[in-house]
Design a protein. Structure first.
Lengths: 234, 107
């Protein structure tokens, strides 16, 4: 194998950059385009030793041509010159450090959901001028009753977590390779095996088996969350 | 006749000949002499023709890797292709006449 051979990493990065440049398209259409491109890159890679990415040219130009041919006008700010702010942010989004931060943010999301629910109830308490319990400043006081405060925190947190979960699940459904039938297609499994679209996490996917647990794990990995750490979402 | 219309006609003609997946359509276009057509143009065109109802798509298993998404022509696509044939025949006849006339004048 020569040095020009394409590695899965290069393909992943290339697709990531194309994806970033098409970010303003309707999610479904963008994903359809990307599935088409990914499948074709795989074919090219299978039949030639030379670097796929060299054949296709810079990802921004490839994306612009794709967009134009697919009939989406408004060549968008992504069209940006190399070195422009847009091109920089596109590149930055692919940087490993930023990916790690995004992955960490995803993992910590449930803590944020809980905090947000608690804060909402607390702010409601302040707004209603009921204040906080005298003995325990962390418990909002409603109607002069600390137990009522505790009782009102619970639904607030529950609602906030429910909202967070719903947003997470709907964002998962918009990822490439996700199919509404609920089971990852063979394509998406392959995709995950090479870690291509797993842009927010650094874990490698184990070979998929047909078990509920694997499906759950795949969902998590499509969502960019790692190795089942956050399985309780599902 | 725009470049886009020409590419639409070419893609429709290739797919009408026999169904094909993205890369297959690209290869057949190149094989037919459209060597300078870009990969992205072909994939974008396929998706656009699919969106407009000229193409239909189905997934077929492949021995060599992931499933392939094949494209086929719909009735609507066939009508579009027929229309493109007429437009192109007209256009090329007109242009040929024009160019021949010019040549005769300068000769």
């Amino acid at each position: 194998m020569s040095g020009a051979t394409t590695t899965p990493d290069e393909v992943g990065e290339y697709l990531g950059a194309v994806r970033a440049a098409l970010d303003d398209l309707p999610a479904e259409e963008r994903d359809d385009l990307l599935v088409e491109v990914e499948a074709s890159i795989a074919e090219v890679a299978a039949e030639s030793d030379s670097a796929v990415t060299a054949r296709l040219g810079p990802p921004e130009e490839f994306a612009a041509e794709l967009r134009e041919a697919a009939g989406f006008r408004g060549a968008s700010p992504q069209h940006a010159e190399p070195g422009s702010l847009r091109a920089l942010t596109n590149r930055a989004a692919l940087h490993p450090a930023l990916r790690r931060i995004r992955s960490l943010a995803n993992e910590l999301a449930p803590i944020w959901w809980v905090a947000r629910g608690y804060a909402a109830v607390g702010i409601l308490g302040v707004w209603l001028q009921t204040g906080w319990a005298e003995r325990n400043p962390f418990v909002p006081r409603f109607d002069d009753s600390a137990p009522l405060g505790v009782a009102s925190v619970a639904p607030g947190v529950a609602a906030s977590v429910a909202i967070g979960r719903r947003q997470l699940l709907s964002s998962i459904r918009q990822r490439p390779g996700w199919h509404e039938t609920g089971s990852p297609s063979r394509t998406s499994t392959r995709t995950l095996e090479t870690g291509r679209f797993c842009t927010t996490c650094c874990c490698t996917t184990r070979k998929a088996r047909r078990s509920r647990w694997t499906e759950i794990r795949l969902k998590i990995q499509i969502a960019g969350l790692c190795e089942g750490k956050v399985a309780f979402f599902f | 006749v725009s470049v886009r219309a020409a590419l639409d006609a070419a893609v429709l003609a290739v797919v009408a000949e026999s169904d094909g997946y993205g890369y297959d359509v690209l290869r057949r276009l190149r094989g037919a002499g459209m060597t300078q057509v870009g990969d992205a143009s072909v994939y974008g065109t396929l998706r656009r023709l699919y969106r407009s109802g000229a193409l239909t798509t189905y997934v077929m298993p492949s021995d060599e890797g992931p499933h392939r998404r094949y494209y086929g022509v719909t009735d609507r696509g066939r009508r579009q292709l027929e229309e493109a044939r007429n437009v192109w025949a007209d256009f090329s006849r007109t242009l040929s006449t024009l160019l021949n006339t010019e040549l005769e004048v300068t000769a």
